[in-house]
Design a protein around this ligand. Sequence first.
Ligand code: GRF
Length: 206
Amino acid sequence: MRLKARSLAVLCSGSGSNFEALVQAQKSGRLSPAKIRLMVCNRPEAAALVRANRLKVPAALLESASFASREAYDAALTALLCKFGVDGIVLAGFMRILTPALLGPFRGRVINIHPSLLPAFRGAHGVRDAIAAGVRVTGVTVHLVTEELDGGPIIAQEAVAVKPKDTEKTLAERIHRVEHRLYSQAVRWWAQGKLELSGNKIHIHS
Ligand code: GRF
């Protein structure tokens, strides 16, 4: 099955540096034919909202705290994204587990970036866990989102060396630099229809 999405929403909960890198890639033509329609954030204090304002990208604050359940939140989010004509969702530090209320209507249309070489170091602390494990190499993974946490088919990966004196902060900084480049590339492939899903594997057509 070919995967293709061009009209995108970026979902954030925090800093939003990946969101900004995607917007800059779009501005310089490196995301084409993908277009970011809006950014959605679930936390009012998130710096991603300030970035959206500065970058002049439409932004919506959909606060998790105002909804009674995950399903109710995801249903409202789905309705909002449909209103904006979104056909693909780019998760960029969106700290929520998605339910079928969103993953049903957007099956095969949600991607995520994770700061490790999956399937190693799943979960919320990919960088910290890699340092704690003493690995010499970690990295970045872009993957399709399924119900399984950090478990969907892999689109792109790149290794990042762990230096002996690395702290979570220094390693995260180098990982972020790779993320910003790799995510734009993966989004462009997605928008160009170059990704093909077969079983649990994704092939990239040239
Ligand atoms: C990134 O490290 C990403 O891999 C993870 O959350 C972080 C988001 O960073 N899913 P930012 O908000 O894009 O700066």
